[in-house]
Ligand binder design. Structure first.
Ligand SMILES: [Zn+2]
Length: 391
């Protein structure tokens, strides 16, 4: 067990655990705990409230402030209905690419960190490495808040948190937040010849869908007006986006629709608030509900929030960003529109930065892959980090 593994061997081991968010991640977490124990590192598990899953943290090196947290999520998105040409749970090499679910998002980064634990132990670290592995990131960052709370009480304060989501090893210092909502418009059914006495769920859902488009258009115009002065100038597109990806409703052409259900996806600039956007939408729904109920009291709008996460803001002289820039030489500005656990750490007062091997373009798709070149670049980065923490 105390054998060394290369990052690639470690990646093969981790991908073989099918840690889809809806299933338990305990097999993976227990294996990691035993692997670390075999190297003399004691890991602590932070179980989910129902005990089916767990976060894991561990400290390598001296128990002093000023170390670096390496943060990753252990869960992956499902492969159901996706057309894979390889077995998603077996790392398969083809033309310099390593295929498998989670290779890019984000077991590659975790594999590098774990495989290099023996090197960390031998390096004589002056500042510690803290490993932070979470569960249920993909379904709304459900695990990481418990992990952060425990680490804050149990471990010395780190100088920086590096979140290893795939950035092609570029330094990402800010990302958008997100709100995912399901809206169920409950109408009132009548024969369409009596439509004035009914409440068509489709008609009222259409008003709500249109609200999304109007809000986004206003955001776009404002961003265009402000140009480089806009709070989203580093982003593409440089404003908060609103989108409805699914809609379903009605039963027949001559009945006012009783039900219409649709999804909302809002990607919120980090200097705006995801909570505010949600409230804005909810109060608009409340207004429309009043108008619907003036026609018939049974009509109403039900808003179910599936996921809400704030964005990650660029820090003034951020320690994590500075560290990542020093280790990579990347001095360009990178802002991305997908969410990460960096926002959870940042809100608890940690300095954060997102940097990891692989391309987000491959995440969540069939035939997800990590280029061997990226695995190597991530490994070289980690070795430079170890050197720096040992100096
Ligand atoms: Zn991810």
């Amino acid at each position: 067990m105390a054998d060394r593994m290369t990052p690639r061997e470690m990646l093969e081991r981790l991908v073989a655990f099918p840690t889809v968010s809806r299933d338990s991640n305990l097999d993976l977490v227990h294996w990691v705990r035993d692997y670390l124990a075999a190297h003399g590192v004691e890991a602590t598990l932070v179980p989910s409230p129902d005990g089916r899953k767990a976060n894991l943290y561990a400290l390598i090196g001296p128990e002093v402030d000023g170390g670096v947290v390496l943060s990753g999520h252990t869960d992956v998105v499902p492969v159901d209905g996706q057309d894979w040409t390889t077995d998603p749970w077996v790392v398969t090499e083809r033309d310099g690419l390593l295929y498998g679910r989670g290779t890019a998002d984000m077991k590659g980064f975790i594999a590098i960190a774990l495989a290099l634990v023996p090197e960390m132990l031998e390096a004589g670290l002056k500042k510690p490495v803290q490993l932070a592995l979470s569960y249920d990131e993909e379904v709304g960052h459900l695990g990481v808040p418990f992990l952060i709370t425990e680490m804050q009480t149990a471990l010395p304060a780190p100088a920086a948190v590096l979140v290893g989501e795939p950035t092609m090893m570029q330094v990402v210092s800010q990302h958008k937040g997100g709100v995912a909502i399901t809206t169920h418009v409950h109408g009132y059914e009548v024969h369409s010849s009596r439509v004035h006495e009914g409440v068509s769920a489709i008609t009222w859902a259409a008003k709500l869908v249109n609200w999304h488009a109007e809000q986004m258009e206003a955001n776009r115009i404002e961003a265009e007006r402000l140009g480089a002065e806009g709070v989203g100038a580093d982003f593409d597109p440089p404003y908060t986006t609103l989108h409805n990806g699914l809609i379903q409703g009605g039963t027949a052409g001559n009945i006012t629709a009783k039900d219409c259900i649709f999804s909302t996806d809002i990607r919120v600039l980090p200097l705006e608030s995801a909570q505010d956007w949600l409230q804005r939408y909810q109060s608009h729904c409340a207004e429309l509900t009043q108008q619907m109920q003036a026609i018939h009291p049974d009509a109403w709008i039900e808003v179910q929030v599936r996921v809400i996460n704030e964005g990650c803001r660029r820090e003034e002289d951020g320690a994590a960003e500075g560290l990542a820039r020093a280790l990579t030489g990347d001095n360009a500005e990178h802002a991305v529109s997908y969410g990460t656990e960096a926002s959870n750490f940042q809100r608890e007062g940690f300095s954060v930065c997102v940097i990891g091997p692989g391309d987000i373009a491959q995440a969540h798709k069939p035939d997800e892959f990590l280029a061997i070149e990226q695995l190597d670049a991530g490994t070289a980065f980690m070795r430079r980090l170890i050197d720096r923490l040992s100096a």
